[in-house]
Design a protein around this ligand. Structure first.
Ligand code: NAP
Length: 255
């Protein structure tokens, strides 16, 4: 059984491909989203209970390989997976989609190392912020009691937000036309985003570029150096099938 740590669109795609190729896959979701899109194969939901809990899970369920395809900012899960896989002697791959850094426009982009830093930079760059960082990480921005802020989230934030904020509930993928309209309508003049990578959330960057709006981009947490990594789904599949799991023999059509 392969354990796929998910919660991302790419993890769902990988699960679908692996199941389609005859592998046994359990996808794990944190339970952070009320109505998650469910991947193919088996699914379990909720934390494991730290490193000890995950180590126990790997052993109890005879997991032969783990692919950590959580979001690039899910650093705690990545570190737990690394420690638990080392203890249970299970091969681990960190799948992390390519960064948006290659799209960086040095004149418009400002990199921030953490949320407090991002807030300070945004305050200097504009007045009306599009906060596109998900609901996690909203807390440092709640100091903006009188500053117009557009927050786009899948589920509402747990903490109450200031009355002058606009909270939109939406799930990607988004379009450039849609994000352009949204940013024009709300007279957005600065965008704060996480360097999530991938296609689903990239429209806001194209929209900001067209409107020549500054972008405050949160830098990704580093990936531990000694971790095997893949940046494409094909690489992840290749890693699995070349090593921990060979491709199962699918029954011939007509049998
Ligand atoms: P995190 O800070 O790295 O992890 C916090 C705790 O959540 C972990 O210690 C673990 O609990 C549990 N957890 C995280 N991912 C899990 C998974 N796939 N299956 C089971 N338990 C999981 O993670 P996060 O940043 O809160 O992200 C939570 C989930 O949301 C992840 O699945 C991630 O892919 C997804 N997500 C995150 C972001 C983001 O910006 N951070 C954006 C989009 C989606 P235990 O210690 O109890 O095992």
């Amino acid at each position: 059984m392969i354990l796929l740590l998910g919660g991302t669109a790419d993890a769902r795609t990988l699960a679908e491909q692996l199941v389609g190729r005859g592998h046994e896959v359990t996808s794990s979701l944190a339970g952070a989203v009320a109505h998650p899109r469910l991947p193919s194969g088996k699914v379990r939901i909720g934390g494991f209970g730290g490193v000890a809990g995950l180590t126990g899970y790997l052993r109890a369920h005879h997991i032969c390989a783990v692919v950590d395809a959580t979001h690039p900012f899910a650093a705690r899960m990545t570190s737990h997976a690394q420690a638990a896989c080392a203890q249970a002697k299970v091969p681990l791959l960190r799948y992390v989609r390519a960064s948006w850094a290659t799209r960086c426009d040095a004149d418009q982009w400002h990199w921030a190392d953490d949320l407090d830093n991002a807030r300070g930079v945004a305050e200097r760059q504009g007045q009306r912020t599009f906060l596109a960082i998900g609901r996690q990480g909203v807390e440092p921005f709640l100091a903006w009691q009188e500053r117009y802020t557009l927050l786009r989230v899948v589920d509402p934030p747990e903490l109450p937000v200031p009355a002058c904020w606009d909270v939109i509930r939406a799930r990607g993928p988004f379009t450039v036309a849609g994000d352009l309209q949204l940013m024009r309508q709300r007279r957005i003049d600065v965008l704060v985003a996480k360097d999530a990578g991938g296609a689903a959330g990239v429209a806001k960057l194209d929209a900001a570029a067209r409107l020549q709006i500054p972008v405050v981009m949160l830098r990704r947490p580093p990936i531990p150096e000694d971790l095997a990594t893949a940046t494409t789904i094909e690489q992840a599949r290749g890693w699995l099938e070349a090593g921990p799991v060979s491709r199962p023999q699918l029954p011939a059509v007509g049998n």
